[in-house]
Write a protein that binds this ligand. Structure first.
Ligand code: AMP
Ligand code: MG
Length: 410
């Protein structure tokens, strides 16, 4: 068997590809209601001030602040309630000195008012009169015009992943359509003589195809559009045709399995012979997932993922997902969601290799524990049982039970 001739750290493998990738983000207009999870293709600029009029942040009374100066429980300020400003309505009342008007949270202030007194700091004295027990400063309990968003402000910059709160701000400004990056199409080819479609019953020696579906799901989660090219035998010509089909239909080509160095492993030859420059990386310093291929074919990124379903998913996360995001012009640094936890057992690792260890999280009296889910590399169940992953860095020889670790959550 040939050796991997050029095993490099995973982040270097990714950089090698990204450095050569020419990204042109194609924009499409979608209704804001369907923009969740998409990436903005342009800066979204506010057409108006928000709020467009001063709003009360409290239930209470709008007043002229100076009428309340010096007020206290012992010596309250006395105000006459001259009306109310109903929700959804413009003020019909105007305040003179010593006047107040009923105000509701989110409602407008009365004409002439510059602050709101919380209802808790007042008491009624007879009909239409109140005592104010604490002073308010001008502007207190009021959101000013444009305090939330100013007309002309960039509310969501280009290249940002759209979250539920972003949908909220877009609608608050009346922005019902938004320009987002087209979803990169990811062509998926599963290879292996032993594979059968999941609806079939495998005979001994055969296995159901997992990767077509787990990888497609990862593509969707990353914002891409999976395209199933099909299940292909370990046959060079069949794989070459599938690869060409995939390149025609996809913005990214992903081959599953056959990525190692035995004579049955054809992916490296297939991806190398389709067009220049071909294979850039064969083998990454990572466990699981050493037999990984990164290629570029006439500008289209192509990957050979290891067939082992656990490795395929892990490698997808470190190499394919960032490329999907790059093709959408996503600019913000990837934020890793995770928790700190205490490791329950030792994890051994070789230096010069980055290890991804699946862990289950356990709540305990002393805090959160991270319990490694060890298993032989072919056990897909380890991923299902795991809540996240602990990364043992390249130059680290392992971690000890009791160590404080950062768990990246799924
Ligand atoms: P390979 O990368 O071809 O050496 O395959 C490594 C292991 O992953 C073998 O046990 C394969 O049977 C298994 N495998 C390959 N492709 C898939 C797939 N699509 N679904 C499930 N298991 C697979
Ligand atoms: Mg195989």
């Amino acid at each position: 068997m040939r050796e991997f001739f050029n095993v490099i750290p995973p982040d270097e493998a990714l950089e090698t590809l990204l450095d050569r990738l020419e990204v042109t983000v194609r924009a499409v207009i979608v209704p804001t209601s369907q923009a969740l999870g998409r990436v903005t293709a342009e800066d979204v600029v506010s057409p108006e001030d928000l709020p467009p009029y001063p709003r009360s942040t409290m239930d209470g009374y709008s007043v002229r602040a100076r009428d309340t100066f010096g007020a206290s429980e012992a010596l309250p300020a006395f105000c006459q309630v001259v009306g109310e400003v109903a929700m959804g309505s413009q003020p019909q009342v105007s305040l003179a000195t010593g006047h107040a008007a009923v105000a509701y949270t989110g409602g407008m202030l009365a004409e002439g008012a510059d602050a709101v007194v919380m209802v808790e700091n007042t008491q009624c004295v007879g009909d239409n009169s109140i005592e104010i027990l604490r002073p308010v400063a001008p502007g207190e309990n009021v959101i000013q015009v444009g305090e939330d968003v100013r007309a002309g402000d960039t509310v969501i910059p280009k290249g940002r992943h759209i979250r539920p709160q972003d949908i909220g701000v877009l609608f608050s400004l009346g922005i019902t359509e938004v320009a987002v990056a087209q979803r990169p199409r990811v062509a998926i080819v599963s290879t292996g003589d032993e594979l059968v479609a999941p609806e079939e019953s495998p005979v001994p020696g055969q296995v159901r195809d997992i990767n077509s579906y787990s990888v497609a799901s990862l593509v969707r989660e990353a914002g891409g559009l999976p395209m199933h090219i099909g299940l292909v035998a370990d046959d060079y010509e069949a794989q070459r045709l599938a690869a060409m089909d995939g390149l025609e239909r996809g913005d990214i080509l992903v081959f599953s399995a056959g990525s190692s160095v035995s004579s049955r492993d054809l992916t490296v030859r297939v991806l190398d012979e389709l067009g220049p420059p071909g294979v850039l990386v064969h083998g990454i310093a990572h466990k699981p997932g050493k037999p990984t291929i990164v290629a570029l074919v006439d500008g289209t990124p192509a990957f050979g993922l290891p067939g082992n379903p656990v490795s395929a998913m892990v490698v997808f996360g470190i190499l394919v997902r960032p490329v999907i995001q790059a093709l959408m012009g996503r600019t913000e640094p990837p934020v890793t969601h995770g928790v700190h936890a205490k490791l329950t057992k030792d994890i051994r690792s070789a230096t010069g290799r980055e290890d991804h260890v699946q862990v289950k999280l356990i709540e305990s009296d002393t805090g959160i524990l991270a319990d490694p889910v060890f298993g032989k590399s072919n056990l897909i169940r380890t991923l299902v049982e795991a809540d996240g992953v602990v990364v043992v860095p390249l130059d680290d020889g392992g971690l000890y039970g009791g160590d404080e670790v950062f768990v990246r959550l799924y």
